[in-house]
Design a protein around this ligand. Structure first.
Ligand code: ATP
Ligand code: MG
Length: 342
C-alpha cells in the first residue's frame, strides 16, 4: 500500500519550458528530462500535421528541412509563441517519463513568466491539462529560481534573482514566496549570439549561422575585457563573394560586441531597484543579486554586473537548472506549492 502511494506521488511532474531547453522534474526523482525546445512537424498532402521528432532529434533539422517539414522552436524570447507545438512537445516528453500507462491523479507545476497575462496563463494551463495533468500549478519563474538557488525566500526579506536564459533575462525581487517587483529584459543568450552575428556581418562581411555565433560566445565570450590575448576561428560565408570563408577573431572584439547586452541587464537591475520601496532596496543591497540561467555562465558576468550596479552579485552553480529544481522543490511539498502558485 505504502509503495503504491509513493508510486502515485512519483507521477507528479515539474516543468520548465525554456526558449532553448525544456526540463522535467519527477517528484521523488529529480530532473529526468532535459531536451532542446524544438519540434519537427510534418504536414501531409491533406494538410494534417504530425510530430516527426522532438528535442535533440529535432534540433539538427533547424534550417535544414524540405518544404513539407518544419522545425519549430515554440518558445521565443522566454514566452510560448506556438501553443499547439509546445503542447505536442510536452505531451511527448510526459509520455516518455510515464510510458504508455499514462498517469493517475497527476499534478503538474510549471514555471511561467512573473508577468504572464491571463490569456497566457489559461493557454499554459490548458496545454498542461492536454498533456494529462489534472491539477496544474503555475509558479512564477523568479520564485522558482530563488528556491532553486537556495535563497531563504519564505521570510519577509527581499532577494533579487536575475535569470539570464536563452530568450530573455527575467529580473525579480522575491519576498514571502512572492514576486514583489520584476521586469523582463529581452535578448538573453540568444540576443548575445545575434549581437555576435551582426558584428561578424558588419565588420568582417561574414554570414554565420546561430550555432557558429553561439560557439564563438562559448569559446571567447567574456563580460569583462580579456586579460590575455586569445583568438578563435569562425567559419561562415563571405558576403562579398558568396563562398565559404574562415576568419580569426579576437577576444577583445567579442567582448565589445557583448557589452550592449550586459548594459541592458544592468539597466534592468537598476530600474527594478529604483521601483523598490527603501526596505526592500536595503535588503537587496545587503544580500546582493543572485544570477541563474545558462547566461550566468558567461565568464565574469557577475563582476561586470557588480561594476555597473554597485551591488554584490554572485552566479549560482546550478545556473541553468535553478528554475526546474526550484519548481521541483515546490512540487515536493504541497503547502509550499500552494503558497507559491499564482
Ligand atoms: N558558458 C556559457 N557562456 C555564455 N553563455 C552560456 C554558457 N552556457 C550556456 N550559455 C547560454 O545560456 C543560454 C541557455 O540558458 P537556459 O538553459 O537557462 O535558457 P532557457 O531556460 O532555455 O531560456 P529562457 O529561460 O530564456 O526561456 C543559451 O543562450 C546559452 O548560449
Ligand atoms: Mg529558462
Amino acid at each position: 500500500m505504502f509503495s503504491a502511494v509513493l508510486g502515485l506521488f512519483s507521477q507528479d511532474l515539474a516543468v520548465d519550458l525554456g526558449s532553448s531547453e525544456t526540463r522535467l522534474y519527477q517528484r521523488g526523482s529529480g530532473v529526468v528530462v532535459s531536451e532542446p525546445t524544438v519540434v519537427a512537424v510534418q504536414t501531409d498532402r491533406r494538410g494534417r500535421r504530425r510530430v516527426l521528432a522532438v528535442g535533440s532529434d529535432a534540433r539538427p533539422m533547424l534550417g535544414r528541412t524540405p518544404t513539407d517539414i518544419l522545425a519549430v522552436e515554440p518558445v521565443r524570447d522566454g514566452r510560448i509563441s506556438d501553443f499547439e507545438v509546445a503542447e505536442a512537445l510536452l505531451m511527448h516528453l510526459v509520455r516518455r517519463v510515464h510510458g504508455r500507462n499514462g498517469w493517475v491523479h497527476p499534478r503538474m507545476a510549471i514555471a511561467i513568466a512573473h508577468d504572464a497575462t491571463d490569456m497566457e496563463r489559461r493557454a499554459i494551463r490548458e496545454s498542461c491539462e492536454a498533456a494529462g495533468a489534472r491539477h496544474v500549478h503555475l509558479v512564477p519563474r523568479p520564485v522558482a529560481a530563488a528556491l532553486g538557488a537556495g535563497l531563504p525566500v519564505r521570510r519577509a526579506s527581499g532577494h533579487m534573482v536575475v535569470d539570464i536564459g536563452a530568450g530573455a533575462s527575467e529580473i525579480g525581487v522575491v519576498s514571502l514566496l512572492g514576486v514583489v517587483h520584476g521586469t523582463i529584459v529581452p535578448g538573453g543568450g540568444n540576443g548575445m549570439d545575434r549581437a555576435l552575428s551582426a558584428w561578424l556581418n558588419e565588420t568582417h562581411q561574414l554570414l554565420v549561422g546561430a550555432q557558429s555565433a553561439s560557439g564563438l560566445k562559448h569559446a571567447l565570450g567574456s563580460a569583462l575585457p580579456p586579460r590575455r590575448p586569445d583568438t578563435a576561428i569562425v567559419r561562415g560565408r563571405c558576403l562579398r563573394r558568396g563562398l565559404p570563408r574562415a576568419i580569426e577573431v579576437d577576444g577583445h572584439d567579442v567582448h565589445q560586441a557583448l557589452v550592449p547586452a550586459i548594459d541592458a541587464i544592468a539597466a534592468g537591475i537598476r530600474a527594478v531597484m529604483e521601483a523598490c520601496p527603501p526596505e526592500l532596496a536595503g535588503d537587496i543591497a545587503d544580500h546582493g543579486v543572485v544570477l541563474t540561467g545558462g547566461g550566468a555562465r558567461l565568464p565574469e558576468i557577475a563582476t561586470a554586473l557588480r561594476d555597473r550596479t554597485g551591488l554584490p552579485v554572485v552566479a549560482v552553480d546550478n545556473a541553468e537548472r535553478a528554475i526546474i529544481e526550484g519548481t521541483g522543490l515546490a512540487l515536493e511539498e504541497l503547502a509550499l506549492l500552494e503558497a507559491v502558485a499564482c
